[in-house]
Design a protein around this ligand. Structure first.
Ligand SMILES: NC(=O)C1=CN([C@@H]2O[C@H](COP(=O)(O)OP(=O)(O)OC[C@H]3O[C@@H](n4cnc5c(N)ncnc54)[C@H](OP(=O)(O)O)[C@@H]3O)[C@@H](O)[C@H]2O)C=CC1
Ligand SMILES: O=C1OC[C@@H](O)[C@H](O)[C@H]1O
Length: 411
């Protein structure tokens, strides 16, 4: 049967859209315990782009039921949209597959986002603008009748998110937050290990996304600094410690009710230059499962081999940095003299397939649309709401410039 093909419209030509992966030479990687992906792997890169990744041959990730095409690119400048398309067409392996196979034929370059919302040849829109525009862009796309995949963080606050969900429900249109990590092979593997009980009960959990962005040497207009663009570490980086807590603890078999966790306390260190948060910490508790300490920080890199650390009865699990796309984890015995059934440290590789790792979430969108779903079971609205709720609470308690800022719900 022919694959169900989604005709994408891409909104914005910024960093996430244009940080083209410098990947050209395939090599085979052997890995210890993955049985989900086992074919040609390309070297991992932090730079990923939705537009570029959907141009990779889907068979490299064992996908044949869905496919992608780029029907339109919208930018505030038509020249930028056209340059973006030209760059995609000039992509190297594995991204050249799309141009060679017609995925960029007749792609339209628009000098506004509205034209993409209204293009009848577009099925779904990917939104890659700064956080403070997500709500307006997603709302415009939904009102134009388009399915939506919106970059993280979904919105600035819960009211904005609830309005988008209400529109999607009313118009019966698919809507999803682009938390790509949820769809990576390693995310399933980590859940399998912890939820199988092989390591016993979870005793403690910590996860963080720390990265030195050298804020003092960035212009004020940088979206991580400028409050008008939703600056600070929490909104940009917070989805990643959160995704691991949600997958491991919220989805834990012991959390039968799937009740949201309690947020005990939070703290933000403010960055005097613009009064956004330099770092944020918050403590959650899933009753009967575990507590979890989550952190974001844009002033330092943080630990390389334990961006997520899950202490369990029989041994621990540690994930490599960065939490947005780790490719390895380790199972680690307790300290000498305190070992339980885990006696030796083992390493487990789960690399993403060819490309940067963003095609998995695009495949999910395509399948959901094909199947007439409004939301994804792997990235459901309620779980975006839980995480958005933490951000609202942490931001408000932090006292920074964004503490009392309200989003644009209703506008
Ligand atoms: N999933 C992931 O791994 C990643 C996700 N992201 C998310 O993507 C979003 C965008 O981040 P990033 O690509 O780094 O951002 P950039 O600042 O690099 O680009 C944002 C783009 O948005 C458009 N835009 C529209 N209005 C404005 C405005 N007033 N000011 C600035 N830009 C505007 C511009 O595109 P144009 O001129 O074409 O209209 C601009 O190039 C964020 O929400 C971020 O959280 C970012 C990086 C990685
Ligand atoms: O979403 C993201 O993931 C990758 C990071 O490098 C980037 O800062 C962030 O926006």
């Amino acid at each position: 049967m022919a694959p169900h093909t989604i005709r994408w419209g891409i909104i914005s030509t910024g960093g996430i859209a244009t940080k083209f992966s410098q990947v050209s030479t395939p090599h085979s990687l052997r890995f210890y315990s993955s049985n989900r992906v086992n074919h040609v792997i390309y070297p991992p890169s932090e730079c990923s782009s939705h537009a570029q990744d959907i141009l990779v041959d889907p068979s490299t990730r064992d996908v044949s039921d869905v496919a992608h095409k780029i029907a339109a690119v919208g930018s505030r400048s038509v020249a930028s949209a056209q340059a973006f398309i030209d760059k995609l067409k000039a992509g190297k392996a594995p991204f050249d597959w799309g141009a060679k196979n017609g995925l960029l034929d007749n792609t339209k370059a628009y000098g506004s986002y509205e034209e993409v919302y209204n293009d009848p040849n577009v099925d779904a829109i990917y939104i890659g603008t700064p956080h403070t525009f997500h709500h307006a862009n997603a709302k415009g796309a939904l009102l134009g009748g388009k399915n939506v995949l919106c970059e993280k963080p979904f919105t600035l606050d819960m009211d904005e998110l609830d309005e988008l969900i209400a529109i999607a429900k009313k118009k019966k249109i698919f809507l999803m937050e682009a938390v790509w990590t949820r769809f990576h092979p390693i995310a399933y593997a980590v859940q399998d290990v912890i939820h199988s009980g092989k390591l016993g009960k979870v005793k403690r959990f910590s996860s963080e996304f720390s990265k030195d962005l050298d804020p003092d040497n960035q212009p004020y207009s940088h979206r991580m600094i400028d409050p008008a663009l939703g600056g600070g570490s929490l909104l940009d980086m917070g989805p990643y410690p959160s995704v691991w807590a949600m997958l491991v603890l919220h989805h834990h078999p012991l959390n039968k009710s799937r009740k949201p966790p309690k947020l005990h306390f939070s703290h933000q260190t403010l960055y005097p230059r613009s009064n956004v948060d330099l770092n944020s910490r918050w403590l959650l508790e899933w009753e009967g499962v575990s507590q979890a300490m989550l952190m974001t920080d844009m002033s330092t890199h943080g630990p390389k081999e334990s961006t997520v650390y899950i202490s369990c009865e029989e041994g621990d699990l540690a994930l490599e940095w960065g939490p947005f796309k780790p490719q390895r984890f380790w199972i680690i015995p307790h300290p000498p003299g305190a070992e339980k059934s885990i006696k030796v440290k083992t390493e487990h590789h789960y690399p993403v397939s060819a490309g940067g790792g963003m095609a998995y979430e695009a495949d999910e969108v395509a399948r959901c649309i094909r199947d007439g779903k409004l939301e994804s079971e792997r990235m459901p609205w309620e779980e975006s709401r839980i995480v958005q709720g933490w951000f609202d609470q942490v931001r408000r308690a932090g006292g920074g410039v964004l503490a009392n800022v309200k989003g644009n719900a209703g506008k």
